[in-house]
Ligand binder design. Structure first.
Ligand SMILES: *[C@@H]1O[C@H](CO)[C@@H](O)[C@H](O)[C@H]1NC(C)=O
Ligand SMILES: *[C@@H]1O[C@H](CO)[C@@H](O)[C@H](O)[C@H]1NC(C)=O
Ligand SMILES: *[C@@H]1O[C@H](CO)[C@@H](O)[C@H](O)[C@H]1NC(C)=O
Ligand SMILES: *[C@@H]1O[C@H](CO)[C@@H](O)[C@H](O)[C@H]1NC(C)=O
Ligand SMILES: *[C@@H]1O[C@H](CO)[C@@H](O)[C@H](O)[C@H]1NC(C)=O
Ligand SMILES: *[C@@H]1O[C@H](CO)[C@@H](O)[C@H](O)[C@H]1NC(C)=O
Ligand SMILES: *[C@@H]1O[C@H](CO)[C@@H](O)[C@H](O)[C@H]1NC(C)=O
Ligand SMILES: *[C@@H]1O[C@H](CO)[C@@H](O)[C@H](O)[C@H]1NC(C)=O
Ligand SMILES: *[C@@H]1O[C@H](CO)[C@@H](O)[C@H](O)[C@H]1NC(C)=O
Ligand SMILES: *[C@@H]1O[C@H](CO)[C@@H](O)[C@H](O)[C@H]1NC(C)=O
Length: 315
């Protein structure tokens, strides 16, 4: 009975959402007496204006006062999502030649998550951010997965090769650009694949570090399913960003500033830029695996030519 009621309510929300969305879009599109056709740029600018206008969404949500707060949040997210999707569709020129990262299904993710690494690194027991003058130079090598027995891919080695060609020649599969590090394991690859947005959960876990670093580390492990060492370097990154960028980041967090500003651009918001500048270089050397260097899509817009052209079908 309860189940049935819940279903009924979901159904109502879906119907009402669709009807209201259509009417909102109708208002947005037809509500002006000006000539209908703006240029694409003008229209994108208009959509961006709507997205920046907090009181617009507050007003829209007033129509739904009879829903619970939780449901109103869901509806608001849906409405915002519609505006964002419209903007993204319009702002990405379809003729641009660039690597379009695929998404990976659960079969692929589970296969990568369950492989056993035969040459694991020592536990990370030191904080690289404490080392003055840490060498953050990356060289042009690649990190690759090498199966000792290609017909039984349950175990693997991680190996540095001087180039992708050298890796392929050795029968290995490139898993990311640059040398291997603490996040190079296929379990961490699986985690990146199944969580396109790690920034949000790890930001929340970083706040737990005000209470306890140990709890914060556990939070990262539980929320993101990273390996122990990879979670540790994510924690050190978060602690360093907290140290150097807290005031900047608090503003963006509380204001829900989008990752990119303006949202259709590849310009980072102030907090992410500070994180990139202050914590990024060490992270790239020690963690080694980043989304861009792994050819994975991300919740942060990046210049398409900065995403490494590889796919992960060597599971
Ligand atoms: C983003 O939108 C603005 C106008 O709102 C436009 O000038 C700019 O070219 C767009 N940028 C990209 C990367 O599409
Ligand atoms: C924001 O939206 C409200 C309607 O909800 C409108 O009255 C107001 O003028 C808008 N503000 C801006 C800056 O466009
Ligand atoms: C990515 O690599 C594949 C295989 O090497 C190639 O066919 C494709 O054209 C590349 N895509 C881009 C956008 O460079
Ligand atoms: C998952 O993706 C792989 C690789 O693209 C494909 O071969 C496989 O059939 C897919 N599995 C499912 C259950 O969709
Ligand atoms: C690394 O640390 C984790 C968590 O404390 C522990 O479970 C694991 O056994 C350690 N591994 C090594 C090789 O010391
Ligand atoms: C930093 O590392 C790079 C690449 O490994 C190396 O070429 C360079 O000499 C190092 N720089 C310093 C100051 O040690
Ligand atoms: C490789 O794996 C296959 C399939 O599990 C197995 O039959 C074969 O004996 C393995 N080869 C070696 C050298 O271990
Ligand atoms: C790959 O290179 C990194 C950095 O140069 C090094 O720390 C790591 O041990 C190397 N891995 C292997 C398997 O040789
Ligand atoms: C990359 O840097 C490491 C550490 O400095 C060095 O040992 C390795 O030989 C370099 N690899 C290449 C391909 O230059
Ligand atoms: C973490 O991984 C384990 C085993 O790989 C899986 O059972 C679990 O559902 C995953 N948890 C999350 C939050 O992804």
């Amino acid at each position: 009975m309860i189940f049935k009621q819940q279903r009924q309510q979901h159904f109502n929300i879906n119907i009402i959402t669709v009807v209201l969305s259509i009417s909102i879009i109708a208002i947005v599109v037809f509500g002006h007496s000006q000539p209908l056709l703006s240029t694409r740029e003008e229209f994108i600018e208009k959509i961006d204006g709507y997205l920046d206008n907090e009181s617009l969404f507050d007003d829209l949500l007033k129509n739904h006062h009879y829903y619970s707060t939780a449901n109103r949040h869901v509806i608001e997210e849906y409405y915002r999502g519609a505006f964002k999707r419209i903007r993204n569709r319009l702002s990405i020129p379809s003729h641009r030649i660039s690597f379009d990262p695929p998404t990976y299904n659960q079969t692929v993710i589970d296969a990568f998550a369950s492989k056993i690494l035969l040459n694991p690194q020592q536990n990370l027991t030191w904080n690289p951010y404490d080392i003055v003058g840490f060498n953050t130079t990356l060289n042009d090598s690649v990190c690759a997965v090498l199966y000792p027995n290609d017909s039984d891919r349950s175990t693997y080695y991680l190996v540095n090769y001087t180039s992708a060609d050298a890796a392929i020649e050795a029968g290995a599969f490139v898993t990311h650009l640059h040398d291997c590090g603490y996040c190079s394991t296929t379990k961490d690859l699986a985690s990146y694949m199944s969580h396109p947005d790690l920034t949000d959960p790890i930001r929340d876990c970083a706040i737990v570090s005000f209470v306890s670093d140990k709890d914060s580390l556990e939070c990262i492990q539980h929320s993101a399913n990273l390996t122990y060492n990879c979670a540790v370097i994510w924690l050190y990154d978060a602690l360093n960003t907290r140290k150097d960028c807290l005031d900047i980041c608090l503003i963006d967090w509380i204001m829900h500033t989008p990752n990119n500003v303006p949202p259709n651009s590849t310009t980072l918001n102030k907090c992410l830029q500070c994180d990139e500048d202050m914590s990024g270089p060490v992270f790239k050397v020690v963690a080694a695996r980043t989304r861009r260097d792994s050819g994975l899509e991300s919740a942060i817009n990046r210049p398409p030519d900065s995403i490494y052209n590889i796919t992960h079908y060597y599971y």
